[in-house]
Design a protein around this ligand. Structure first.
Ligand code: BMX
Length: 281
């Protein structure tokens, strides 16, 4: 039977029916920050009401962490959540089936490991989106809890008291564009750079340079076979090439191997569905 897999991120919410590692139905819409978790779950339930009966469990990939079924934000600047929101209970109550919930980037790491670009035993996944999420698979096992929260590393740039993602991610790009007088979101900043706007190219280049340092640090810590890059910014045209171009390790053999997410924006839902099935067996 299929799994109802949902992915709630700082910018987008997606709900899919997933069967045997494949998305068979999909809806996607913007995450309305004014609604809060009850509103997001209600919105999903309304949009997928005609899928009732075709899934046997719910799997949620969510930004933030879930501890003992309760959901919370680590960086409220990417998505503000009430403290300890009873996510698993609410999902069970709303959809009437058993539910699991795991961090979005950890789900995506698992999805990429099982069905995408990271089949090796040791791999790291990074999503560059509203924030920077990460997931680690070592020896074929997904590390859970706070593991992989690379975006939450303490920053070592001009805003050292803030999480690292606040000086790299889509959230940061938007803030920088505003400072330059353009109130634009990341996709439009990329479009502006393509049409030759120097302020936009500058923001993207700084983000890529900083991400290159983060990737090198991950390589030193975990020596993964590859770092799979996903997320709206990570998958934007030319971004990964800029990150590769900004590596500073002189020895090429020490540099990380970056690859694009094979499952694209579906990595989180596919991974979450697979984790739900593994848990039920
Ligand atoms: C933040 C953190 C991570 C998440 C990452 C990517 C919160 C709310 N989120 O680092 O848990 O994986 O953002 O999230 O603390 P996204 O919304 O950008 O996909």
């Amino acid at each position: 039977q299929a799994v109802l897999a949902i992915d709630i991120g700082g910018t987008k919410t997606m709900a899919c029916l997933v069967k045997e590692g494949k998305v068979i139905e999909e809806v996607q819409f913007a995450t309305d920050h004014n609604l809060g978790p009850d509103g997001w779950i209600d919105a999903i339930a309304t949009k997928v009401s005609n899928w009732r009966g075709s899934y046997g469990r719910v799997a949620a990939a969510v930004t933030g962490i879930v501890v003992d079924g309760n959901w919370q934000a680590l960086n409220p600047a990417t998505l503000n959540l009430p403290q300890d929101y009873p996510l698993i209970d609410r999902l069970r109550g709303t959809f009437g089936v058993d539910a699991i919930a795991v961090n979005d980037a950890q789900c995506a790491a698992w999805g990429e490991h099982r069905f995408g670009a990271g089949a090796q035993k040791d791999m790291v996944f990074l999503t560059i989106s509203t924030g920077i999420g990460g997931g680690i698979v070592i020896n074929g096992r997904l590390l859970q809890g706070t593991a992989g929260h690379f975006g939450l590393f303490q920053g070592y740039f001009e805003c050292s008291h803030r999480p690292l993602e606040d000086s790299i991610s889509g959230h940061w790009m938007h803030a920088e564009a505003c400072k330059a007088g353009y109130e634009l979101e990341a996709p439009v900043i990329f479009a502006a750079a393509r049409s030759g706007a120097p302020w936009a190219s500058h923001i993207i280049a700084i983000s890529a340079r900083r991400l290159a340092i983060l990737c090198q640090n991950i390589q030193l810590a975990l020596d993964p076979k590859c770092i799979v890059i996903g997320g709206g910014i990570g998958l934007a045209e030319g971004y990964i090439d800029q990150v590769r171009g900004a590596f500073t390790f002189p020895k090429i053999s020490l540099r990380p191997t970056l690859v694009s997410a094979g499952l694209g924006r579906h990595a989180g839902v596919i991974g979450a569905a697979d984790l739900a099935i593994a848990q039920s067996n």
